[in-house]
Structure formats: C-alpha cells, structure tokens
Design a binder for this molecule. Structure first.
Ligand code: G3P
Length: 220
C-alpha cells in the first residue's frame, strides 16, 4: 500500500519525505486555503514547490475548481502541464465524469474525489480514473462505515478487473491506516500525525529503555 500525505503544508511534506516512506501528496482547495495560498499564480507555484520536494515519480494531486466540463478541461490541462508529477483531481459530479473520460483518452492522470458510494466508484472506474478517493472519515462522521465502503469497492474492482487505484482518503488515525490496508486500499492519504502515530507502542519504548540500560550497565 502506498502512503500519500494529505496536506499543502510544505514542512509536513518535507518531514514525511525525510522518513523515506512517502509516495505522494494529495491536496484540496480547503488544504490550500489553510496554508494561506491564494491566487492562481501562487497556487500553481505551490504545486510546483510540492513536486520539487518530492522529486521524480511521486504523484501530487491538484484539484480543479471549475464544476463545468469546459472549465475542468482547461484547468486540468494547465495543471497537468505544470509538472510530470501532477495528477488532476476532479470531483465526482456529472461533468467531472465526462472530464475524467476526456483526460483518460488524453493520457492525463486523474484522481476522482468526493466519493461516498460504490455506485460512484463504478462510474469513476468506467471513465478511466487513475485514482478513486472514497472519504473514509467523512463517512464515519455520519455514523456509516467508511472502511466497509473501501471493502465494497475493493470487491467490485477486483471482481471486475478495474484498474483504478483505491486511494482511501479522509484517513485521520493510525487505526484507519491499518483498516484501509486490510480492506484492500492501494493508497492511503492522511495527515502526518496519523502516519507518525503508527510508530507508537509502549512495549517498544519499554524494550528500548531496557536494552539501553543493560548495555550501559555492562559497558559503563
Ligand atoms: O483527502 C480528502 C481529505 O482532505 C478530507 O479529509 O479530514 O477533511 O475529511 P477530511
């Protein structure tokens, strides 16, 4: 399973990249706004900066703002031309599906976002999306089961031989990461805190303290 970080914060992206386990970055308009990035020029430069931090072969999802077909095509082309790492993120709406089908023909990679049902997942795969982003945490927020949705999509994609990668999004905790891996997600995207949370185990801390104190006792 690949690890993406879900942020537009350059420090967090650098920290995750330095861990040596980062495969990509996802952003969205809310995450860009949180970093105070506004205006087309600054937004495009920020995407370039993210791509440069990651280096070659790592995907960076950049989301279109338009909700009409023509607007999405023109924005998506501009984003795709920015850097080879860019994946155009397109919302799961009628014109979004049309745009994904167009980008697929044009060999521009896409990430279909705001996915909340298996039916939407089927449409996105039919349109040729590179990635599908079901929002696990937001499904949990309404007391449905986000991980069950990942399992359902995995079953369908495996049975049908769809090539779209399942990118479990709105992943918020280390437990979500483990559950997404068990459910068959190809990728998880999550905040740095969730990735770092995977490190924690009290027995590791206790064991390491004992190893070091035993070493000190016998080596002075
Ligand atoms: O990848 C989608 C993500 O940014 C949404 O996460 O926590 O706002 O539901 P969240």
């Amino acid at each position: 399973m690949q690890f993406f970080i879900d942020t537009a914060n350059l420090d967090d992206i650098r920290e995750a990249a330095e861990l040596g386990i980062l495969d990509g970055v996802t952003t969205n308009p809310s995450l860009m706004a949180k970093e105070g990035i506004s205006g087309e020029k600054a937004i495009l430069q920020h995407y370039r900066d993210i791509c440069e931090i990651l280096g070659p072969g790592k995907d960076v999802s950049a989301e279109v703002i338009s909700t009409d077909y023509a607007g999405m095509i023109s924005e998506g082309k501009k984003l795709a031309e920015l850097h080879p790492n860019i994946v155009v993120k397109v919302p799961m709406i009628r014109d979004g599906i049309k745009a994904i089908a167009h980008f697929s023909e044009a060999e521009i990679r896409t990430n279909c976002t705001l996915v909340f049902s298996a039916g939407q997942a089927i449409l996105a795969a039919k349109a040729g999306a590179t990635y599908l982003s079901p929002f696990v945490g937001r499904v949990d927020d309404i007391t449905w089961d986000g991980i069950a949705l990942i399992k359902e999509i995995f079953e369908i994609y495996t049975g049908q031989g769809y090539e779209t990668a399942i990118l479990a999004a709105s992943i918020r905790t280390p437990l979500h990461i483990v559950q997404a891996a068990k459910a068959g997600a190809d990728v998880v995207t999550c905040p740095l805190s969730a990735i770092l949370g995977l490190l924690n185990h009290p027995l590791t801390d206790i064991g390491l303290a004992k190893f070091l104190s035993d070493h000190k006792k016998s080596n002075g």
